[in-house]
Write a protein that binds this ligand. Structure first.
Ligand SMILES: *Cc1c(COP(=O)(O)O)cnc(C)c1O
Length: 233
């Protein structure tokens, strides 16, 4: 029977990352590889952590709550999915980075819950470059003013930007998405806003991470490429 090898998959992904970054003189150690563990059991997650995974990503609050206590080795946990306002309270002190800040009501709630816990929540602003109906995120032209509005939230620290590119069989077709994001990232970074610390450009998934890295991603989110196909049943 076919069994996926997380070890071999991780080795392959790391090798491919090195290759994609070689022309920049960088390696996998210069970026953050998030192993996306949604739908995967804790055994697989802990195996990946034992193999050197430092960062894991989940897209559902419920899954973070279910798995949190059983995850070993203290990896950084990333909330990469759409976040409902009424669920912020369940994860605010469990996750290290929220990738999906995309509206004022969510910022208000994150501010409130972070303040209650006495922490500063680190977030990325999610951008929907291709303006796909099925995806969340701000339009490119909305990002600068939204970012500026976050200056009045002392318990929110903006660490960068995130996008999910449209799925294309030929990922070359999404290169413009990553290029647009890199420009936007540099634009916002250059403003040196006081409570921002622009450090991460989170883009690239199993199908397109090499293109994303070539265009300047320094944080990628890989699920299928590490853990195999997901079964949603
Ligand atoms: C599921 C998911 C990923 C990983 O997708 P793969 O194609 O399995 O690598 C990355 N980012 C987000 C936001 C996701 O929901």
């Amino acid at each position: 029977m076919f069994k996926i090898s997380i070890k071999e998959n991780l080795e392959e992904v790391r090798t491919r990352i090195d290759k994609a970054l070689s022309s920049k003189g960088k390696t996998v150690d210069d970026i953050v590889l998030i192993a996306v563990t949604k739908t995967k059991g804790v055994d697989m997650i802990n195996e990946a952590i034992a193999l050197g995974t430092t960062d894991i990503g989940e897209n559902k609050v419920q899954e973070i709550q279910d798995k949190y206590e059983m995850i070993e080795g203290n990896p950084r946990i990333h909330m990469i999915g759409h976040l409902q306002t009424n669920k912020v309270k369940y994860i605010i002190d469990k996750v290290d980075l929220i990738h999906s800040l995309d509206r004022k009501s969510l910022a208000v709630e994150i501010q409130k819950r972070a303040e209650q816990k006495g922490i500063v929540a680190e977030v990325l602003i999610q951008v929907n470059v291709a303006e796909e109906e099925s995806k969340f995120g701000l339009k490119v032209e909305e990002v600068a003013s939204f970012a500026e509005s976050l200056l009045s939230y002392p318990n929110i620290k903006v660490k960068g930007l995130m996008t999910i590119a449209p799925y294309e069989e030929d990922p070359e077709k999404t290169r413009y998405v990553f290029r647009t994001m890199k420009e936007l990232y540099e634009e916002i970074k250059s403003k040196n806003y006081s409570n921002f610390d622009m450090e991460y450009l989170s883009m690239g998934m199993t199908n397109d991470y090499e293109i994303a890295l070539e265009e300047g991603a320094n944080m990628i989110r890989v699920g299928t490429g590490i853990f195999g196909k997901r079964n949603y049943n």
